[in-house]
Design a protein around this ligand. Structure first.
Ligand SMILES: *[C@@H]1O[C@H](CO)[C@@H](O)[C@H](O)[C@H]1NC(C)=O
Ligand SMILES: *[C@@H]1O[C@H](CO)[C@@H](O)[C@H](O)[C@H]1NC(C)=O
Ligand SMILES: *[C@@H]1O[C@H](CO)[C@@H](O)[C@H](O)[C@H]1NC(C)=O
Ligand SMILES: *[C@@H]1O[C@H](CO)[C@@H](O)[C@H](O)[C@H]1NC(C)=O
Length: 496
C-alpha cells in the first residue's frame, strides 16, 4: 500500500495521524487506504481514537519539526506501509512511535509541496522545452546535412544573392531555432503570396540549428520564393566588436540567476504558496532571455541595405497574401503593429502598459501612462529607414540596463516590455485582420474567426507543435505540414 498524496489532501496531517493510530489500535490491520480529508476520515472511522491513546503521542505530534531535521535522513519510513511494517516489528514505546509518525508525515507533506511546485513548473516547461519529435527532426536533418550534398545547398543560390539586398522585393525576417515551426511559417507565407517570385524570406537561426535548418530548406524548396538561411554568427555586424544585445543578455542572466537569492532560496521558503514559488522560478528561466527574442531590436544593423521588412514570429501561420502590408502608409512611424487593448478576448486583447510595466516604480510612472494601449510582437512591419533616424535601439538597451540595475523591478518577463518602451511614439496601428493573437492561450477562440484572419498567432502556452495545443485550432497550423514527408514521418510527427 502506498499513500499517494495529491494536492487535495495537502493539509491532511491530522487525518493521517488518526488513520495510522486507528490502524494500530485495531490490531495492526490496515482498513483505510486513501485519506478523504479531515472531516470524513474520523467519521468513517466511527469513533475518535483519543480515549485509548497515550497522552505522550499527542504531545509529540503537536510539536513542529525543525527546518532541516529531516535532511539527509535515511531512517524515515517513506510510505505508510513501511511505517506499519516497522511498527509491527515492535519494540517501540509510545514516544518513539509518535516521533517516527510525525517524521514520516512531515516528509510526505514536503514531497507533496514539491510535487505541487513541479506541477506548476511543468506547465511552463511543457511550453518551453523541445518535444522529442522536434529534437528527432533536428538530429535527422543534421545527419542528412552531413551525408547528402543536396542538403547542403547554398541558400539562396549564387545567382539569387543580389535579391537579398534588393528593395524591389518583399522582405520577411523570421528568427527561429525550430525547423518545423519555421517551415510552417515559410510555406504558409509563400503559398498564399500572389507573386511568390517577389518574396525574400531571411531565416535567422542559432549555431546549433543552422545545419538542420539549411538541410530542410535545401530539400524542401519553396521556389520561386527566395529563402536565405543564416546563423547569427554569420552576420558581419554580429562578429564585429561590441554587440550590446549579447552584453545585456549576459548581465541580465547574471541578475536573474541571483534574483531573490536564486532558485534554492526561493524554494526554501516553506510558507510561500507553491504557485507563487513556481512563478518566481519562472522569472529565472533563460527562455525569456534568448538571443532570438532580443534580435529584432537590431534589424537595422542586421539588414543595412533594406528599407522595409516584415518580421514574423515562428508561432504564426500566414493565411493570406501579405503584399498589401507594403501599401500601408506608416506616417513616418517605425513599427506597424496591432493594438492589444480593444478586443473581446480578455486574455490577450485587454493589455495596456500597466499590464507589462511596474507603475509602482517612479522610473515607469514618471515616463509612461498606465492606460496607454499595448501592441503586439508577432507580425510587425518595420520601416528601417525611419528606424535609422531614431534612437530606438539605444533606448531599448538603456531601459534593459535600468531594469537590471533596479533588480528586475521595472518588469520581470519577456522582451515586449522594453519593446513597448523603446518603440513608444513610433508605432503605427494596423488593422487587427493582419494579426490575430491568442491561439495558444485559450480554446474559446472560434475557428471561424481564426480562419478568416490574415495571420494567426499561437502566442501563449499551447503551441501547435505541442501536445497541449487546442485541437480545433491546431488544424490551421497542421494544414501546412506535409505528414507524408519522410523526415516528418520518421520522427513520428502526426496530424493529431
Ligand atoms: C516567505 O514567504 C512569505 C509569504 O510571501 C513572506 O512573508 C516571507 O517573508 C518569506 N520568507 C522568507 C525567508 O523569504
Ligand atoms: C540616444 O540615446 C543615447 C543613450 O540614451 C543618448 O545619449 C543620446 O543623446 C540619444 N540621442 C538622441 C538623438 O536622442
Ligand atoms: C515595483 O516597484 C516598486 C518600487 O520600486 C517595488 O517596491 C516593487 O517590488 C516592484 N514590483 C515588482 C513586482 O517588482
Ligand atoms: C470559454 O467559454 C466558456 C463559456 O462561454 C466559459 O465558461 C469559459 O470560462 C471560457 N474559457 C476561457 C478560457 O475563456
Amino acid at each position: 500500500m502506498y499513500m499517494n498524496f495529491t494536492a487535495r489532501n495537502y493539509n491532511s496531517r491530522k487525518c493521517v495521524y488518526y488513520i495510522v493510530i486507528f490502524d494500530i489500535l485495531i490490531n495492526f490491520e490496515i482498513i483505510f487506504v486513501g485519506c478523504l480529508g479531515k472531516k470524513l476520515g474520523p467519521r468513517i472511522l466511527g469513533r475518535r481514537p483519543e480515549s485509548s491513546v497515550p497522552e505522550v503521542i499527542y504531545q509529540t505530534l503537536d510539536e513542529n519539526l525543525g527546518k532541516n531535521e529531516l535532511q539527509g535522513r535515511s531512517d524515515i519510513p517513506q510510505t505508510l506501509e513501511e511505517f506499519m511494517t516497522d511498527m509491527k516489528k515492535g519494540g517501540y514505546d509510545a514516544k518513539t512511535f509518535a516521533v517516527k509518525l510525525r517524521e514520516m508525515v512531515t516528509l510526505m507533506e514536503q514531497r507533496t509541496r514539491m510535487a505541487k511546485i513541479q506541477e506548476y513548473l511543468y506547465r511552463h516547461v511543457a511550453s518551453s522545452s523541445i518535444p522529442k519529435q522536434l529534437h528527432c527532426l533536428s538530429l535527422s536533418l543534421a545527419n542528412e546535412h552531413t551525408n547528402n550534398a543536396a542538403a547542403r545547398l547554398q541558400l539562396p543560390s549564387a545567382e539569387l544573392v543580389p535579391a537579398l539586398v534588393d528593395n524591389s522585393y518583399f522582405h520577411f525576417v523570421l528568427a527561429s531555432d525550430n525547423v518545423l515551426a519555421a517551415s510552417v511559417v515559410a510555406t504558409s507565407l509563400v503559398h498564399n503570396f500572389l507573386r511568390p517570385q517577389k518574396v525574400v524570406l531571411h531565416i535567422i537561426t542559432d549555431r546549433k540549428t543552422y545545419y538542420p535548418m539549411q538541410a530542410w530548406f535545401s530539400l524542401h524548396s519553396l521556389s520561386p520564393a527566395i529563402i536565405e538561411v543564416k546563423a547569427l554568427h554569420h552576420f558581419d555586424w554580429f562578429t564585429k566588436g561590441k554587440v550590446p544585445v549579447l552584453e545585456a543578455m549576459e548581465k541580465d542572466q547574471k541578475v536573474r540567476s541571483q534574483f531573490r537569492g536564486g532558485s534554492s532560496a526561493i524554494v526554501a521558503n516553506t510558507t510561500e504558496k507553491p504557485k507563487v514559488i513556481a512563478a518566481k522560478l519562472q522569472a529565472l528561466s533563460p527562455k525569456y532571455n534568448s538571443v532570438m527574442n532580443h534580435i529584432r531590436i537590431h534589424l537595422p544593423e542586421l539588414f543595412p541595405s533594406l528599407n522595409k521588412l516584415v518580421f514574423l514570429d515562428d508561432d504564426i501561420v500566414v493565411q493570406t497574401d501579405l503584399s498589401p502590408l507594403w501599401d500601408i502608409e506608416m506616417n513616418g512611424k517605425v513599427n506597424g503593429a496591432v493594438e492589444t487593448c480593444s478586443g473581446e478576448d480578455r486574455f490577450v486583447m485587454s493589455k495596456r502598459l500597466k499590464s507589462y510595466l511596474n507603475f509602482s516604480h517612479p522610473l515607469i510612472s514618471e515616463n509612461f501612462h498606465p492606460n496607454e494601449c499595448a501592441w503586439a510582437y508577432g507580425m510587425n512591419i518595420f520601416d528601417l529607414e525611419a528606424w535609422r533616424k531614431t534612437n530606438i535601439s539605444n533606448v531599448y538597451h538603456y531601459w534593459v540596463e535600468q531594469n537590471i540595475k533596479s533588480d528586475l523591478s521595472l518588469w520581470q518577463l519577456g522582451t515586449l516590455p522594453p519593446g513597448l518602451i523603446a518603440f513608444h511614439g513610433h508605432v503605427h496601428v494596423i488593422d487587427p485582420f493582419w494579426h490575430m493573437l491568442g491561439l495558444g492561450y485559450q480554446e474559446n477562440t472560434s475557428f471561424g474567426d481564426a480562419e478568416s484572419a490574415g495571420v494567426v498567432h499561437f502566442n501563449g502556452r499551447a503551441k501547435p507543435w505541442l501536445e497541449i495545443a487546442f485541437p480545433q485550432l491546431r488544424k490551421l497550423w497542421t494544414k501546412y505540414v506535409d505528414f507524408s514527408d519522410k523526415f516528418i514521418k520518421s520522427c513520428h510527427i502526426r496530424a493529431s
